[in-house]
Every structure is written in C-alpha cells, then in structure tokens.
Design a protein around this ligand. Structure first.
Ligand code: G3I
Length: 448
C-alpha cells in the first residue's frame, strides 16, 4: 500500500529528530516510530484531562486520538434537539493543535445513548430518521476533520448474530447500511468503520462480523474499515489475531486495532508486567504484518485513565503507562516492535582470476568469488577488462557478456547466495592472439 512505501521516506525524518546524545531509534516518540513503519499509534483520551503532564504525553507520543466518551450520542445530545459539542470540540482542537488524527467514536451504539432515545417509544420509521439525523448532524459537524469514524459500534451479539439492541430489534440489519450511507454523505473524506469487541480471534463472533461486512460490501454500503477493539486479558492475545485481520483485509477493507488494553489481576508484579510487554508487542506486530492494518489505538494510555478497574473489580494496570505517567514495560514492548527494521549488512565480495591452462591461440580461466563479510552475499557481479584483445568464447556457471575489452559476469540463480566465508567459482574459454596478460580493473560487486 502507498502509505507503506511513503513510510520509508518518513523513517529518515523521524530519526533525524532524535536528540544527538546516546539516543537510539527506540527513544523516539511512539507516533514517529509508528509513522516510519506506515501505521499510526493512537490513544483514547478523556477530554477534561487534556492539561499538564497528561496532555504532554498524549500530544508527544500519539499520532491519533479517540475521544473516550465525548462523541457518544448521550454526550453530544443529552436532551433532544439540544447539542453540546464542548467535550468533542476540545478533543478535536487538541488533536489539530498537535498534528494528530482523530478517530471519531462513535455515531451509532446501543450504549451511552441519551435517555430520551432509550426511554422513547419509536416506530421503525421514526427511529430510522432519528438515527440518520443524528449521524448527519455529528459527522457533518466535524466534516473533513475526522480520519476514521466508528460509524456503528458493537452491532453483534456474542454468537455473531445481530445484537438485539434498540436499533437491531426495531430496524433489523438495515440500520447499519443506513448509518454508513448517512455518514458518507455527511463527511465523504472520513474512512468509515464498523467496530466490535471479542472479534479479535477467528471464531463465531468474528465469523459473524466477516459475513456482515461481506454482505454490506455486496450491497454497495460504504464500509472502509473494520475495527477490532482488542480488550484483552494478560497472556491471552489470540493466536489467530493476525490471520483474522488478514482475512478481513482480503475482503478489500482496512483493519485497525481500536481499543487495545491488556488487563491483569492486581497487584501488578514484574512477571506480569513482562508478560504484558510481550503481549502488547505481539498485537502491534500483528498489525505491522498486515498491509491494510491502518494502526493501533490504546484505550487510555495511563492506568489512571482506564475503564478496567471500574468494570472488572480487582483487575487493572491495563495500559502502557502507570498512574503517575511513568512508562511501563508495555511501552518498551510497543516501541521495540515499532523500531526501525535495520536492513541486513550486505555481504562483502572479493574476486580472484587464474588462468588454469593455455595453448597457442587459446586459454581457460577460473574466477572465484568470495564472501569476506559477515552476512550472506545475495548475488554478485564481476567485471574486468581484457588488456590484450582476449575474447571469451564460452563460459560456465555464470551469465557473461563481453563488449569490446570489457567483460561482465553475474551469478545464476543457483550460485547467487554465498554464505559468509564461502566462495563460488565460474570459468570460461577464451581466444587470444599473442600474450595473455591478466585482466585489469577486476572488481566484484554484491547484488546485480
Ligand atoms: O461522567 C460521569 C460522571 O459525571 C460521574 O461522576 C461518574 C460516576 O461513575 O460517571 C461518569 O460517567 C462515566 C463515563 O464513563 C465517563 O467517565 C460512566 O459512569 C461510565 O460508565 C463510562 O464508562 C465508559 C464506558 O465506555 C461505558 O460503556 C468508559 O469511560 C469508556 O472507556 C468505555 O468505552 C467503551 C467504548 O466506547 C466501546 N468499547 C468498549 C469500551 C469499554 O467499555
């Protein structure tokens, strides 16, 4: 994908911003490391906390922000027809001031609805209009300023069938298509996602999501991406995560990890934090491995701003920073996984030329290519000049051409790779019309 190609260009830029002394690439902010690898690294934030040290870390480390609650229907329209965009505006303004993308979350969800929606009695037509009006109002307000919208959040039940929410029960699956179409019309530039939890592994629920996305695409519904919340448990990153992301990407949509956290039973110990580091690394690695994975968002970057302790008593420590904004091992797990991939050092090629027999008017020579480096030589090209009009008539174990006095000989498929310390040889017969002085300008170049 284009962004992955462009990413290589960002790599240099990201790394030139490193402080000069003793810093390594892994010391760069997560957002720069992620950019250089062609994904974004984002976080959910609480708008009301975006000051002081919390704001400093959110702004410096993350390339994308998601309002944790501020864009939900209950937050923006607590009373029918009365909108309050204060919290959502604050997060969007923060993102724009810090050069960050925004993941809009969320236009249609069965939870955190205003009571006037949940308590009302609606005909199907009325509910459909309410829903599309809401999508139009909210996506329209932030038109052009949202990178991804979670248009529909958590549409499925645990068994992968349509959740019997107020929307699902009253309108059936058609509400999903309506919401996406209204969102596309209101903000054509935003990438439109369907987002759910417990769809991270291959299983009944993700099979349901896969079938749903396929149906929507077949109907021409503008679904651009699928979000995988990834509210995970320590030591239980699904082994099938990467495979699962890839099968959705193969449908022709983007994928993203949208709400990553990895909870543990408290208290946190060094062993648990080390396990959590490996778990975070593994999730980020899965995203990097899938070309259409747009990025990873953590659901709160500090343990002081996580939903886990309130919803899972006795559990917590689920985010990459502790409650005092000190990075935990999980932070290093993410940074280490995002660290630039150093290309392997090329093998070092040296060459010798020996005449093995000669007779009146002709000769046979052997050329030996050696890898004097510490990494494998992946291909080689030998060049030389014949100083006395010698001409090659037949060569073996090489692809050889001669133009005037200049000869070029390259590897064939079977002798391209030469291990460190190893060698390979090729030979040729030549004709001559006098002496047979050794070649001049004999060189070997790796590759070719
Ligand atoms: O704002 C009130 C505050 O005035 C009151 O004093 C306090 C008392 O408990 O509650 C506050 O509201 C809480 C709100 O978060 C803001 O902090 C709600 O009680 C609480 O239920 C709500 O929890 C949110 C949760 O969604 C609701 O389901 C979490 O912050 C939020 O992180 C969480 O996010 C969801 C995603 O949207 C969808 N995927 C799952 C994820 C985790 O549940």
């Amino acid at each position: 994908m284009l962004r992955r190609l462009i990413a290589a260009a960002f790599l240099a830029a990201a790394l030139t911003t490193l402080p000069a002394t003793g810093a390594s690439a892994a010391d760069a902010p997560l957002r720069d490391l992620a950019d250089a690898r062609g994904i974004y690294l984002g976080t959910a934030v609480t708008g009301g906390r975006l000051t002081g040290g919390y704001a400093d870390v959110a702004g410096a480390q993350f390339g994308s922000v998601t309002p944790g609650n501020e864009m939900k229907w209950g937050s923006v329209e607590p009373t029918r027809g009365t909108f309050d965009w204060t919290g959502a505006d604050r997060v969007v303004a923060f993102a724009e001031a810090h050069g960050q993308r925004v993941r809009g979350h969320t236009l249609v969800w069965h939870s955190q609805l205003p009571s006037w929606v949940t308590d009302g009695t609606w005909t199907a037509d009325r509910l459909r209009t309410l829903l599309t009006d809401h999508v139009t109002a909210e996506a329209g307000r932030y038109k052009g300023r949202i990178d991804h919208w979670d248009v529909v959040n958590e549409p499925l039940a645990d068994d992968g069938t349509l959740r019997r929410s107020v929307f699902g029960a009253t309108l059936g699956e058609s509400y999903i298509a309506d919401a996406f179409r209204a969102a596309r019309a209101a903000d054509p530039a935003a990438r439109l996602y369907v987002n759910d939890y417990s769809t991270d592994a291959v299983g009944a629920k993700s099979d349901g999501m896969y079938a749903l996305v396929k149906r929507l695409l077949a109907q021409g519904v503008p679904v651009d991406g699928v979000g995988f919340q990834a509210h995970l448990v320590l030591g239980q990153v699904p082994a099938s995560l990467e495979t699962n992301l890839r099968r959705f990407a193969d449908l022709g949509v983007d994928v993203a990890i949208t709400e990553l956290d990895i909870r543990m039973t408290l208290p946190a110990t060094d062993a648990k934090l080390a396990r959590q580091k490996a778990d975070y690394a593994s999730v980020v690695r899965s995203c990097l491995a899938v070309t259409r994975c747009a990025g990873v968002t953590v659901w709160g970057f500090t343990d002081s701003d996580s939903w886990i302790p309130d919803f899972f008593p006795g559990q917590g420590a689920a985010t990459p920073y502790d409650e005092n904004l000190v990075p935990k091992p999980a932070y290093a797990g993410i940074a280490g996984t995002l660290a630039p991939v150093t290309p392997p050092a090329p093998g070092v090629c040296s060459v010798t030329y020996a005449v093995t027999s000669q007779w009146t008017g002709g000769f046979t020579a052997q050329v030996t290519v050696r890898n004097t480096g510490t990494a494998p030589l992946n291909g080689w090209t030998v060049r030389w000049t014949q100083p006395a009009g010698q001409r090659v008539t037949q060569a073996w174990n090489t692809a050889l051409t001669q133009t005037g006095a200049d000869v070029t000989a390259s590897h064939l498929a079977y002798n391209a790779t030469v291990p460190p310390g190893g060698s390979t040889a090729f030979g040729f017969n030549g004709v001559r019309s006098g002496g047979n002085p050794p070649p001049t300008a004999l060189t070997c170049t790796p590759g070719g």
